[in-house]
Design a protein around this ligand. Sequence first.
Ligand SMILES: Cc1ncc(COP(=O)(O)O)c(C=O)c1O
Length: 385
Amino acid sequence: MTTNFDKVVDRKGTGSIKWDKYADKPDVIPMWVADSDFETCPAVLEALHQRVDHGVFGYTEQPTDELADAIVYHLQRCYDWAIEKDWIVLLPSLVSGLNLACMVAGKPGDTVISPATIYPPFKTAPLNAGRELLTIPMKLENQRWVLDLDALEYALDSQDSVRMILFCNPHNPGGTVYNRDEISRLHALCKAHDVLICSDEIHCDLILDQDKRHIPLAMLNQDAAQRTITLMAASKTFNIAGLSCGFAVVANPDLRQALNRAAPGLLPEINLLGQTASAAAFAHGYEWMREQNDYLRANRDYLYQKINALPGLSMTLPEATFLAWIDASALNLDDPALFFEEAGVGLSPGNAFGDQRFVRLNFACRRTLLEKAVKRIANAVREIA
Ligand SMILES: Cc1ncc(COP(=O)(O)O)c(C=O)c1O
């Protein structure tokens, strides 16, 4: 390994929402919002330095040739997905993408489906767009959190107002990498009911299980390509979320046009430095990304073993992402996140994702910090269990 992910990077006072949340409680280790504590990869830093040294930051192509080429290269290299450059729609954030997608799903009053346990904007985006929200439960199957496709089938059979499903693969907070059978069944149901799919694949480069592969849903077949809006970004993997650059891949020209016209005048052009960083990440960051995944896998395995050895806590092994979805139900706490915050570990409360018995822990940090947090969690739990 050439990158030192153990390096201490002080993020306090750098405008980081993760760290500044606890500016008044410096003894809390922040492990909540989903950015990593690692420096981005050297190729990204170098590209940013070079671009800054140029000194001119005028209006910028959307996307730059460099970024479009890098996205095409990355998707081909990692997923064998051959896309056309003009399928790319740049976005300032994938949350904007979720909201725009809902705005093109039928008309106000129609229904958009979301998983019941999910990154919160999946449930606000349909409502923001004046659509009805219908949630489908996630279920634990062979120690994996998966969307209940029988429940989805039932919902689609019994409601004819559904126009879109918001799908999350890999899943946040469950860490599931859906396999070909699972996404094929989901697609078949959507095809049978003529439902669009917005597939948020922001975590797809963070595959931790070495025997798993991410399959972009839009790659399944021609029909999937035509009914899917795929959302992606370099932001999670390369820790550049603050540079506000994501994108949608939309093969269907009508859908692409609808997306581009959904919020006229409201979305900003995507800034040059975000494009520069994303282009460098996709063009030159592959080896670094693999090293980071090795480091994250080791953190995950450590955490999994420690958490499951504690009384009252359990977690499944996330196949992807740097997020652990921890079941604290056996502790019978009113507010598990508050309990752990008082013990010195700042986690995301499960109720934000749809299940108050859980907490979400972000393990994208140096190992020593994770060990310190685990010790605090262990001490707190042993005191009450
Ligand atoms: C599934 C998913 N989609 C979107 C986002 C946010 O993306 P952005 O910062 O580009 O809005 C996150 C952040 O955690 C996420 O987990």
